[in-house]
Each structure stands twice: as structure tokens, then as C-alpha cells.
Design a binder for this molecule. Structure first.
Ligand SMILES: NC(=O)c1ccc[n+]([C@@H]2O[C@H](COP(=O)([O-])OP(=O)(O)OC[C@H]3O[C@@H](n4cnc5c(N)ncnc54)[C@H](OP(=O)(O)O)[C@@H]3O)[C@@H](O)[C@H]2O)c1
Length: 187
């Protein structure tokens, strides 16, 4: 499972149930990451989307504790247990947690990769993402060059969870180590 988020310089992600930034390249980046995939969001985040509606071209899963809630074109889960049952139908690499604060807090440490757009600005915020740079288990794996939009600078960062993320290079390194140690193929 992965997550995607855009954060301000003090890890703000929203204000009055709206996004803090509308950077078109970031919105395109989000679309490229999630199109055709499964997106998991909290009920407040759904309400913040255009028209309060699920995003097209993706399997939308909405977390809400309101039992019996029906949302057209979305699967509603009333608990993390119900979410887990639903997610068994999909490959973990195709699942993206897309917010907001409450949902990130509950699911961040079950993710392998965190795609974080870091925006170098500090508008007022009332919803936040945890400071992943201070978390022992998370490592910055990739970072784009600095980009600019309407005078605001931002960059795309990819973090990986030290224990959960297995990149191709890690798999190959593991295979090499096993071969070096004499664990070759039988026969
Ligand atoms: N910058 C970004 O990338 C980004 C991305 C997404 C969102 N945001 C921002 O984040 C803010 C919203 O965050 P938020 O924390 O207020 O709301 P949220 O995480 O989107 O949704 C919270 C709601 O999810 C439901 N919920 C939470 N945990 C649950 C669980 N374990 N089981 C079942 N349902 C559960 C509850 O819905 P019910 O009340 O229906 O029970 C709860 O009120 C907004 O400002 C939004 O713009 C920013």
C-alpha cells in the first residue's frame, strides 16, 4: 500500500476541509500515480473533492463510521477491519491512501511508499501530516529537482518504509547475497 500527499513547509495539508495548494503539475502527478488504481480516503476528504464525488477512473474506497451510508461509485467501509477485507481483492502496489489527516495517521505505517509533494510555503492549516523526516522507519528514496509554480517552489519526494519497501535493487542484492553465501538453485 502507498500514500500520496501534498504538504506545506510545516506539514500542513488542509484548511477548513480544503486543500492548501492547487498546483497543476502536482494534480497531474497525483492523477498519474492513482489513475486505474484503488484510492482510500476519509469521508471528509471525499466531501472536499469537486462536487463531493468520487474521482473517476479509480476504485474509490471511503472510510466512514456511518453505518448504512451509501455513496454512488464508491465502496464504503465502516472500520479498518472492513477496509482490510476489501483491500484483499487488490494488489498492495495498486492501493493509494489519499487522505486526510485522520486516515493518514491510521494507515501511514502500513504503507511501503509515501509520495510526498513538499511545498515551500506555510499557509494557515488545521489538518496536518506527521513529520516523516523525524520517523526512524522512513527514508527519503527519491527527490525531484526544485520546481516552481506561480512563485511557489515545491518538489516531488518518494519515501520508503525501511522494513516494508522492497525495491528491485533490494531483491537483486538479496539474491546476490544468497548466491554468494552458497544458497544457489538446487541441483
Ligand atoms: N494535502 C493533501 O494531499 C490532502 C489530501 C487529502 C485531504 N487533505 C485535507 O485533509 C483534511 C481532511 O482531513 P480529516 O482528518 O478532517 O478527514 P479525513 O481523514 O478525510 O476523514 C475523516 C473521517 O473518516 C472517517 N473515519 C476515520 N477513521 C475511520 C475508521 N477507522 N473507520 C471508519 N471511518 C473512519 C470518519 O467519517 P465519518 O465522520 O463519516 O464517520 C471521519 O470523520 C481536509 O482539509 C483536506 O483538504 C489534504
Amino acid at each position: 500500500m502507498n500514500l500520496s500527499v501534498a504538504v506545506s513547509a510545516d506539514w500542513g495539508i488542509g484548511f477548513e476541509n480544503e486543500l492548501l495548494f492547487r498546483i497543476s503539475e502536482d494534480l497531474r502527478h497525483f492523477r498519474t500515480l492513482t489513475l486505474g488504481k484503488v484510492i482510500v480516503m476519509g469521508h471528509n476528504t471525499l466531501k472536499s473533492l469537486p462536487g463531493g464525488k468520487p474521482l473517476p477512473g479509480r476504485t474509490n474506497i471511503v472510510l466512514s463510521r456511518q453505518e448504512g451510508l451509501k455513496i454512488p461509485d464508491a465502496i464504503v467501509c465502516n472500520s479498518l477491519t472492513a477496509l482490510d477485507e476489501n483491500l484483499q481483492n487488490y494488489s498492495p502496489e495498486n492501493i493509494f491512501i489519499i487522505g486526510g489527516e485522520e486516515i493518514y495517521a491510521q494507515l501511514l505505517n502500513r504503507c511501503r511508499y509515501a509520495y510526498i509533494t513538499k511545498v515551500d510555503a506555510c499557509p494557515p492549516a488545521d489538518a496536518f501530516f506527521p513529520n516523516i523526516d523525524e520517523m526512524e522507519d522512513w527514508r527519503l528514496a527519491e527527490e525531484s529537482s526544485e520546481k516552481f509554480s506561480n512563485g511557489i517552489s515545491y518538489k516531488f519526494c518518494k519515501y520508503k518504509h525501511a522494513k516494508r519497501a522492497l525495491d528491485t535493487v533490494d531483491v537483486l542484492r538479496g539474491a546476490t547475497l544468497r548466491l554468494e553465501a552458497g544458497y544457489g538453485f538446487p541441483g
